[in-house]
Write a protein that binds this ligand. Structure first.
Ligand SMILES: *Cc1c(COP(=O)(O)O)cnc(C)c1O
Length: 479
């Protein structure tokens, strides 16, 4: 199923391949060698350069066979940057994602192993195919260098492209994807957002990382948010605030204020919990923020569930991770299922897809809201995000890509039933994976029913485990 792509240091035995590849007119159109490249001269080049620490020359292997060249030039440790190059040699391996996968390995090496801050490259303006690859990898165009080289009898213009450590690294910290086996004739995979390494993970941890990156950049001195005593969002926010010794105020509806594992964590983190009847939540938030400002404080407000553009961005990033996983493993998910609540997670995934341009089905399983409102809220978030990014997408396409299914809500938000309990119990026994009755257990069951009812066969399916592990323990006594 998955072809393995590796890169390794260029060795003496690779010289013959290099000479053959570079002399192939299909390959050398945009290269700048003195042609034809000679074997003897390449041996001399190899001996002279093999021990240099300011360059890294490597060979790309696909399933053990050498298929191309890749590397870093002018490695500048003081300014922590290097120039990247790639040249695929074997025609049969072009356009198959091998160059992408190898480039990511090289960028991992540059940023993680070498600890560089920036990788850059130059590309002839006519080399459209290469530019596609570079942009897909996350490189950005930084300018045009006019008449930059005299090559093959004429002056050519080149683009300068670059990618920085911060632009690249978030992608390399991916949550795992595992294969769970067969589901009614469809291979089922799961992306473990619950394993994000912070406060039991989950989609709220992914969103909170971006909110707190924003907080850390400003001069805020306290945080205000809202949610119930069951809220994963409030637990994670309270944890991150406590780690910064920042006061955290959580406003919640008195109707759902029973003790849970999440509420016990909020107490442990020293959050101030303000419990009011649901219809007073809005005013209480306004009053609290005004009161803090009057007292000379600078509060940062986070909407319930991490709703908003930063929350959406978190799941654009997650979508990019999924695409990257597919490239590295040479596979494609036909369907992606997940629990949809405030819809921010779904909005981010859909925006990721709209910017990426593929056509798979992203199916949000509603855990509470009915249509049309549930879907409208997702679409609002998508519009808000795309407008902020100045990204124009046809309305028809947004409508077409937003699949919000409200058939599996059961008896309402947070309400359990025997089928959901059975699903949770089985997932724990069969896979060793905790689900919960409010979100992931309900969505997992909804996905199973959807697949059966739609008669899907031979589709590769990905379920996104959006976290909520403390809720699993609330359910455990009832299983
Ligand atoms: C909040 C939450 C969801 C829903 O995410 P939204 O972005 O609000 O749609 C799904 N699963 C878990 C475990 C959650 O905590």
């Amino acid at each position: 199923m998955c072809e393995s792509i590796t890169i390794r240091k260029f060795e003496h035995k690779d010289i013959a391949n290099k000479v053959r590849w570079i002399n192939d007119p299909e390959n050398n159109r945009f290269l700048h060698y003195d042609l034809p490249l000679e074997y003897e001269k390449t041996c001399i080049w190899f001996e002279k350069n093999k021990d240099r620490t300011d360059r890294y020359d490597a060979v790309i292997e696909a399933d053990g066979q050498a298929v191309g060249l890749i590397g870093l030039l002018s490695i500048d440790h003081k300014n922590r940057k290097a120039e990247y190059y790639i040249s695929m040699g074997e025609p049969a391996y072009k356009g198959k994602g091998v160059a992408s996968a190898a480039s990511e390995l090289l960028l991992d090496y540059a940023f993680v192993t070498l600890g560089l801050e920036k990788v850059y490259l130059y590309t002839e303006t006519d080399n459209i195919a290469a530019q596609k690859l570079f942009r897909r990898l996350g490189f950005k165009e930084e300018g045009v260098l006019k008449k930059d080289l005299f090559s093959k009898g004429k002056f050519v213009d080149r683009f300068a492209y670059g990618i920085t450590r911060d632009e690249y690294l978030p992608l390399s910290e991916m949550t795992p994807i595992q294969c769970l086996g067969d589901l009614d004739g469809n291979p089922l995979f799961i992306k473990r957002e619950d394993l994000l390494p912070y406060s039991f993970g989950g989609n709220k941890a992914r969103k909170a990382q971006l909110f707190f990156a924003d907080i850390d950049k400003g001069n805020y001195d306290c945080v205000v948010t809202y949610g119930t005593s069951h809220s994963n969002h409030c637990r994670v926010i309270a944890n991150m605030a406590a780690a910064r010794k920042m006061p955290c105020c959580i406003i919640g509806p008195a109707e759902v204020s029973d003790q849970t594992f999440n509420s016990r964590f909020m107490e442990l983190f020293g959050a101030e919990i303000v419990s009011v009847p649901v219809e007073q939540v809005h005013d209480t938030i306004e009053n609290k923020l005004a009161e803090l400002k009057r007292a000379g404080r600078n509060p940062y407000f986070i909407a319930g569930g991490g709703h908003g553009n930063l929350g959406t961005q978190a799941y654009v990033n997650c979508y990019e991770e999924i695409c990257r996983y597919e490239r590295e493993n040479q596979l494609h998910f036909d369907y992606i299922f997940f629990a949809s609540g405030t819809g921010t997670t779904q909005a981010g995934l859909v925006c990721g897809q709209l910017m990426h341009g593929d056509d798979r089905n992203l199916v949000g399983i509603s855990i509470a809201r009915k249509n049309p409102r549930g879907r409208d809220v997702v679409i609002d978030s998508i519009h808000t995000y795309l407008t902020a990014k100045k990204c124009e997408v046809a309305e028809e396409r947004i409508q077409d890509r937003t699949i919000f299914v409200d058939d599996y809500i059961g008896d309402g938000y947070g309400i359990d039933n025997a089928d959901i309990e059975e699903t949770i119990k089985n997932a724990m026994i069969q896979y060793g994976i905790p689900l919960d009755s409010t979100y992931t257990g309900k969505a997992f069951l909804g996905m199973k029913r959807y697949i059966r009812e739609a008669g899907l066969k031979g589709k590769r399916v990905l379920f996104i485990h959006t976290g909520g592990t403390p809720l699993f323990f609330d359910d455990l006594g009832r299983l």
